[in-house]
Design a protein around this ligand. Structure first.
Ligand code: PGA
Length: 263
């Protein structure tokens, strides 16, 4: 694999937490906490994924105060516009300055019956709208027992990328379902093995260049105490953080993982 520099991405998935007032307070506090700690913004990209109703408020704050965080959404419609009550189009998100969108998070797959086909349609919709899809994949505990760790996520990723052009900008988030919100993270070497396997899928579904430049994140019970060990792995390029992203000091410590990696 070609050696490249992939800027680490630390992404906070707030799920259905924090209203727009709490969102503004949280982003402000995170910004000041990182500044006070002397964190330099360039070496790590920070992204927050608030609920839809918070996005406009967070965008306004980020723009006004020149806060160097990227904005993400937690979902989008597979359609661009029309009679789809309750859905949000990728074009609307782009207009709000949104850069990233989570697609196929295990909670969407489980509670909203999102199939691999829907995930693929949403990935294409995101790219059409100029958004960067953060494609979430991962095996359940049963999958792990039956097929090992890589087979299901590799299959999900190949299906998500079906018909996607090799020049597309995407992010992959490997999140074992059994590790999400459980307090039981994968081990760094488990995460590395699967992330390396997913990079091979990127090479075959897209091309070698895409495999070398695309960031593959680990997610599932990431916290300040384990982030450095994940980030030491060569194929782990960042983290998708749920619960710990709601606690400002904890998320700021995760963003500052470099202090502990010893690079
Ligand atoms: P967790 O969630 O960090 O709370 O385990 C991760 C996620 O669902 O993205």
């Amino acid at each position: 694999m070609a050696v490249t520099t992939r800027t680490p991405l630390i992404a906070g998935n707030w799920k259905m937490n924090l209203d727009h007032l709490q969102a503004v307070a949280t982003v402000q506090k995170l910004h000041w906490t990182l500044k006070d700690a002397g964190h330099e913004g360039d070496s790590v990209e920070v992204a927050v994924f608030p609920p839809f109703t918070d996005i406009r408020s967070v965008q306004t704050l980020i723009d006004a105060d020149k806060i160097p965080f990227a904005l993400g959404a937690q979902d989008l419609s597979a359609h661009d516009s029309g009679a789809y009550t309750g859905e949000v189009s990728g074009a609307f998100l782009t207009k709000l300055g949104v850069k990233y969108v989570l697609i196929g998070h295990s909670e969407r797959r489980e509670y909203h019956a999102e199939s691999d086909e829907i995930v693929n349609a949403k990935v294409k919709a995101a790219i059409r709208s100029g958004l960067v899809p953060v494609i979430c994949i991962g095996e359940t505990a049963e999958d792990l027992e039956r097929f090992g760790a890589s087979a299901v996520p590799a299959d999900q990723l190949a299906k998500a990328l079906d018909g996607v052009s090799a020049s597309s900008d995407v992010v992959v988030a490997y999140e074992p379902v059994w590790a999400i919100g459980s307090g039981q993270a994968a081990t760094p070497s488990q995460a590395q093995d699967v992330c390396a396997a997913l990079r091979k899928v990127l090479a075959s579904a897209l091309d070698e260049d895409a495999a070398a430049r695309t960031r593959v994140l680990y997610g599932g019970s990431v916290k300040s105490g384990n982030i450095a060990s994940f980030m030491r792995e060569p194929d782990v390029d960042g983290a998708l953080v749920g619960g710990a992203s709601l606690v400002v000091d904890e998320f700021a410590a995760i963003v500052r993982f470099e202090k502990h990696v010893g690079v």
